[in-house]
Design a protein around this ligand. Structure first.
Ligand code: UGA
Length: 360
């Protein structure tokens, strides 16, 4: 009888937010092998010893030979490396294009060439300022602002890649799935220690602000709404896509988000201020912190335009993948606080290194 073959999953950007959570889940719950690639390895140190994990340190924009070797050795490929912090869309739009589109295009082409299953991270940003109340991958128009609003370079780079992949699927038989994360949230989303406005997405930004005793800034009074989705729920869905029972996920586009966690940024800030006194490392610092408001122009400068509301249609995701998001908004915030407390506690037990998370 032929032996069942173990899956080999290639994760580009394995040290990133989605990458390192996915790596850990695969190593903890399956017998699959993972080949990881990243420019840094700060979040995956504890997984390096695992015999099922092979890691290549490298630069996506330069190391094409290594990239090709990895794609050839895998059966499923997730190119997760990318820039996804809105401030960068204004400050360094070309870098966003170069990394998110240019550097990932060869991976897409290699998947087509070697007949590998490509799982591509699109984005909720693709829908832009779509007039729909709920964003549906089959029917919603994708609406972005004029060219001088460079916020949309990320959205359009991702949209272009979605279209390229779709075309490879329909014209060159590429096996693919596109997924669109809706404000995935949890520990490791951006660097909590990085100072400066706009250096992280909103929840990491606010938690980092608290740790540094800085005020929380509400852009345009924090009226914009997002559907926040806890990372564990997201990884559940991604695992189902990789499993791809009976090929159900081939050729599909899935929103992965929690429409029941649709809240304004002001509500997020209020929850953080309310909950911070329950957590060491945060509880003393929060006393100094206030919630203040700024205009989008003051905060992000020229070129920014916001998405007022973003709710995912997930019925096809739920039906195909037998998945539903479970973690509600307050629990998600508690879990994120708790994960940082555990991380800081653990860092205190090891000798303090530059860049480690040790705290007073
Ligand atoms: C993000 C990023 O573009 C992508 O990483 C990603 O694909 C997408 O969302 C997603 O995760 O679905 P956005 O939600 O606008 O876009 O990014 P955040 O920086 O988290 O901002 C959310 C909202 O908070 C915006 O309205 C922003 O103006 C506001 N904000 C941000 C504040 O009020 N204060 C801050 O200090 C930071």
């Amino acid at each position: 009888m032929a032996q069942k073959q173990t899956k080999t999953v290639a994760i580009f950007g394995v040290n990133g937010f989605i990458g390192h959570h996915l790596l850990r889940r695969i190593l903890d719950t399956t017998d699959w092998k993972v080949i990881g690639f990243d420019i840094s390895e700060t979040r995956i140190a504890s997984d390096r010893h695992n015999k099922r994990f092979t890691f290549y340190k490298g630069d996506l924009t330069k190391d094409i030979k290594t990239i090709e070797k990895i794609v050839k050795a895998a059966d499923t490929v997730l190119p997760l490396a990318g820039i996804a912090t809105p401030q960068t869309y204004m400050v360094d739009p070309l870098k966003v294009f170069e990394v998110d589109f240019e550097a990932n295009l060869p991976i897409v082409r290699l998947c087509a060439k070697y007949d590998k299953y490509l799982i591509w991270p699109s984005t909720s940003e693709v829908y832009g300022m779509s007039p729909d109340n709920i964003f549906n991958p089959e029917t919603s128009p994708l609406v972005v602002g004029p060219i001088h609003r460079s916020r949309w370079i990320y959205s359009t780079a991702k949209q272009m890649m979605d279209r390229v992949i779709w075309a490879y699927g329909t014209h060159r038989k590429l096996r693919f799935t596109i997924f669109r994360p809706f404000n995935w949230t949890g520990i490791g989303l951006d660097d909590i220690d990085r100072k400066g406005k706009g250096s992280a997405r909103v929840i990491t930004q606010f938690l980092g602000n608290v740790l540094r005793g800085e005020n929380l800034i509400l852009v345009d009074a924090g009226m914009a709404r997002r559907s926040f989705t806890y990372v564990d729920d997201c990884i559940d869905a991604l695992m189902k896509i990789i499993e791809n029972k009976n090929g159900i996920a081939y050729g599909k586009i899935y929103n992965i988000g929690n429409p029941y966690n649709n809240h304004s940024i002001k509500e997020l800030a209020d929850q953080i201020v309310q909950k911070a006194p329950n957590y060491r490392y945060f509880k003393d610092k929060i006393k100094k912190v206030q919630i203040v408001s700024k205009t989008a122009k003051q905060h992000y400068g020229e070129g920014y335009e916001d998405v007022n509301n973003r709710v995912p249609f997930i019925e096809n995701t739920v039906a195909d993948l037998d998945w539903t998001p479970k973690v509600d908004f307050p629990t998600m915030i508690d879990k994120t606080f708790m994960a940082y407390v555990e991380l800081f506690d653990a860092a205190k037990k090891v000798p303090k290194k530059k860049g480690a998370y040790a705290r007073k």
